[in-house]
Design a binder for this molecule. Structure first.
Ligand code: UD1
Ligand code: CA
Length: 459
């Protein structure tokens, strides 16, 4: 089989986004656009992926990590000039190079594969992926000759009024015979309205040299959407959301209001999970079967066990067991590890703490840097006092302990197995197993004292 290589163009600033964030790093459903592109390319059998970076190079490199190698385009002189930056790395390779823009996040590996196969079948030196749309404004237009073959591509800014009426656009995705590409790129000039070296000019140059050039038209324009401004970004978000949600629904997930449910591309959801409206779920989250999420719940990078319910809450970077109940209005912060059948109620914050099976924190509590055993009951208003202004300290609460309401547990401290802490206690010494600990001022009742005060006030 012909060897295949990829180049991703991601060096532009994205002026039209009017943003300090580099264009290709703008997220669509929580994942930067360029990462969507690279993820799809990774599903193909490619020898290498080279990303051309410039504006925000360090940030783009950091985002993609070892999924790609990188070349730098110091000055953004156009898409043709961007491809030339990969010359040293690719020019001697035999095979096909697919070029994709970093701002077309909806392209699927299936379409890219179809394009590559069509290019091979046709034996072309270049094949451009095109699409038809009623609103081609801003895109390069595909100019065909009388035989309906592609002649050239004209940029919107350089197009005549007649050319502007053409509804077939250049998607910015192409396959090239690799060696031919780098040879012909040398002939591309910047004699156009933007003074840039246009990659699409390669089509006309090859045609003039009597080389075979072809076009592969996809029927799915939506997939080829190029994001140059925030309006297109919102369209991409909407299309991606629909695509992801429909995939989950086909797999047996109930999404009550798909227009109002935002699920990232890497999220895995098992059958019979129900997602209520207003949820934002992203990162590498896994949700096991029969869980019920939402309404209005935000989840990032969590593993959520079977049959667990999370209502009106936020959970991040945490592990949540089976048949757990969370919310409404709970905050599960990073490194929480909640065992099966745990209950976290309203206005409870959990941070970097583990709670073992069947333990409950039902109301208004902060549990941070704690190890909580099983069958523990933590009363309303309990606080682990974990921070002394400089360091964080551990609170241990052993199995079967019962913490009375409104207790402060000043860490480091251990509450022994089966012990009781009386309500309103401020505990700063360990509590032995099976003990009752009371650490509060003793109550004094002064008979008739209130009456006396009232009388003084009257006089
Ligand atoms: C480009 C195509 C246009 C096509 C459209 C599809 C050219 C000249 N035009 O236009 O025919 O219809 O895509 O979406 O190619 N980039 C660099 N270095 C540069 C310039 C751009 O790396 O010097 C990168 C950008 O980061 C971007 C991609 O190339 O990811 C495309 O550039 P952009 O400026 O968005 O081109 P369009 O005007 O959209
Ligand atoms: Ca673009």
């Amino acid at each position: 089989m012909t060897k295949r290589y990829a180049i991703v163009l991601a060096a532009g600033q994205g002026t039209r986004m009017k943003s300090k964030l580099y264009k290709v790093l703008h997220p669509v459903m929580g994942t930067p656009m360029v990462e969507h592109v690279v993820n799809q390319l990774n599903l193909l059998q490619l020898e290498s992926i080279t990303t051309v970076v410039g504006f925000g190079a360090e940030k783009v490199k950091e985002q993609l990590g070892d999924q790609s190698s990188f070349v730098i385009q110091e000055e953004q002189l156009g898409t043709g000039h961007a491809v030339i930056q990969a010359e040293d790395f690719l020019k001697d390779k035999e095979g096909t190079t697919i070029v994709v823009c970093g701002d077309t996040p909806l392209l699927t590996s299936q379409t890219l594969e179809d394009l590559l196969n069509y290019h091979d079948q046709e034996g072309a030196k270049a094949t451009v992926l095109t699409a038809k749309t009623d609103d081609p404004s801003g895109y390069g237009r595909v100019i065909r000759n009388q035989a309906d073959d592609v002649e050239r591509i004209v940029e919107h800014k350089d197009a005549s009024d007649v050319e502007k009426n053409i509804g077939e656009i250049n998607t910015g995705t192409y396959c090239f015979d690799n060696k031919t590409l780098f040879k012909v790129l040398k002939q591309v000039s910047n004699n156009n309205s933007q003074g840039e070296y246009y990659l699409p000019d390669v089509i006309q140059l090859l045609k003039q040299a009597n080389e075979k050039v072809s076009a592969f038209q996809t029927s799915n324009f939506d997939e080829t959407l190029g994001v140059n401004d925030r309006i297109a970004l919102s369209q991409a978000e909407k299309l991606m959301k629909k695509r992801i949600n429909e995939t989950h629904m086909k797999n047996g997930v109930t999404i009550i209001d798909p227009d109002n449910s935002y699920i990232g591309p890497e999220v895995v959801i098992e059958q019979d999970v129900v997602i209520h409206p207003g949820c934002v779920i992203n990162g590498k989250t896994i949700i096991k079967s029969d869980a019920v999420i939402g309404p209005n719940t935000e989840i990032r990078n969590c593993h959520i066990g079977e049959n667990t319910t999370i209502r009106q809450s936020v959970a991040t970077d945490s592990k949540i067991g089976k048949s757990v109940q969370i919310g409404p209005f709970a905050h599960i912060r990073p490194q929480a590890d909640l065992g099966d059948e745990v209950k976290i109620g309203n206005f409870v914050e959990i941070k970097k703490s583990s709670l073992d099976k069947n333990s409950k924190v039902s109301h208004l509590s902060y549990i941070g840097d704690a190890e909580v055993g099983k069958d523990v009951n933590i009363g309303c208003g309990t606080i682990t006092v974990n921070y002394d202004g400089e360091n964080k300290h551990l609170t241990k609460i052993e199995d079967d302990a019962f913490i009375g309401c409104n207790s402060n547990l000043i860490a480091p401290v251990t509450i022994g197995k089966g012990s009781y802490v009386a309500a309103g206690s401020t505990i700063n010494k360990n509590v032995p197993s099976d003990a009752l600990s009371i650490a509060r001022v003793k109550q004094t009742n002064k008979e008739d004292y209130a009456k006396k005060i009232k009388k003084t006030k009257k006089d």
